[in-house]
Write a protein that binds this ligand. Structure first.
Ligand code: NAP
Length: 246
């Protein structure tokens, strides 16, 4: 059975890792090609956009794909929508892997907002020194904020306009709570902005913010396409793949 894994996440690499050791599974992982030095999954990998729904549909047909796993990041909503449309057109089974979002704990001071624009509107009211941990994409939504100072952390430098008062910190997680607490104190951070990515690779900043009593602007996830089949962990997707192969 030939499977396309739309990747760019740890879970996508884990599925490729499991399936590549199993007879009867032919896996191709796909990366958008955004990160300069990506962590590569085992097995076959293709890199770069497909060219919208039409391009993806053509690629799926030309490569005789039987099943599709959308294991992209919860905020990569465009490729998820394209995958849903192309799979529906071709009648291919598709599952979306979405790790659960984060849940506020006792002591958290979270303000949930629907999107980046709402986060940019809110953040200036919460403090003057902002830790922006939304990755490389979307920083432009904060570019018009001239008053607050931003610590912008990303794996690769963001492109496009940035807020005028900022420091850019290039780093790849996971980070420890101790590291995050030190960073918050060193940079005298007042407020943290994050996407609700979920998972345990980047949640230390939330524990550090909780310990420091800092507010967190939590950007909600975009919705998946209507009717999407959603699974929340690698084990569930692997079971699904095995039954699809029978
Ligand atoms: P997006 O907005 O949903 O997609 C934009 C375009 O990028 C898509 O239309 C598609 O181009 C291409 N694309 C995205 N993922 C692809 C993949 N796995 N393989 C081939 N093409 C892909 O995605 P994004 O938010 O830019 O994220 C890009 C990648 O980075 C994703 O694979 C995601 O898993 C990873 N990532 C994203 C975030 C985040 O916060 N958004 C965080 C960590 C990792 P075409 O239309 O030309 O096919």
């Amino acid at each position: 059975m030939k499977t396309l894994i739309l990747g760019g996440t740890r879970e996508a690499r884990e599925i490729a890792d499991i399936a590549s050791g199993e007879r009867g599974f032919d896996i191709v992982s796909s990366l958008a090609g955004r990160v300069r030095d990506p962590l590569l999954p085992v097995g076959a990998v293709r890199v770069g956009g497909f060219g919208g729904v039409d391009g993806l549909r053509e690629w799926l047909s030309a490569n005789e794909i039987d099943t599709v796993v959308d294991a992209t990041h919860p905020f990569a909503d465009l490729i998820s929508a394209h995958a849903a449309a192309a799979a529906t057109d071709l009648g291919l089974p598709l599952v979306h892997l979405r790790r659960p979002g984060w849940t506020a704990q006792h002591g958290d001071r979270w303000l949930r907002v629907p999107d980046l624009a709402a986060a940019a509107k809110t953040v200036g009211e919460l403090g003057e020194r902002v830790f922006l941990t939304i990755g490389r994409q979307g920083v432009g939504a904060f570019a018009g904020l001239t008053e607050p100072w931003f610590l912008i952390r990303a794996i690769d430098p963001p492109e496009g306009a940035l807020p005028p008062r900022h420091e850019l910190l290039l780093a790849r997680g996971p980070f420890t709570v101790e590291d995050e607490s030190r960073l918050l104190a060193d940079r005298r951070i007042d407020v943290l902005v994050t996407k609700d990515s979920g998972g345990d690779q980047t949640d230390a900043k939330l524990a550090a913010a909780r310990a420091a009593g800092l507010p967190v602007v939590m950007i909600d996830r975009p919705a998946l396409p209507a009717g999407a089949v959603v699974m929340e962990n690698v084990a569930q997707v692997w079971d699904w793949l095995r039954s699809a192969a029978q």
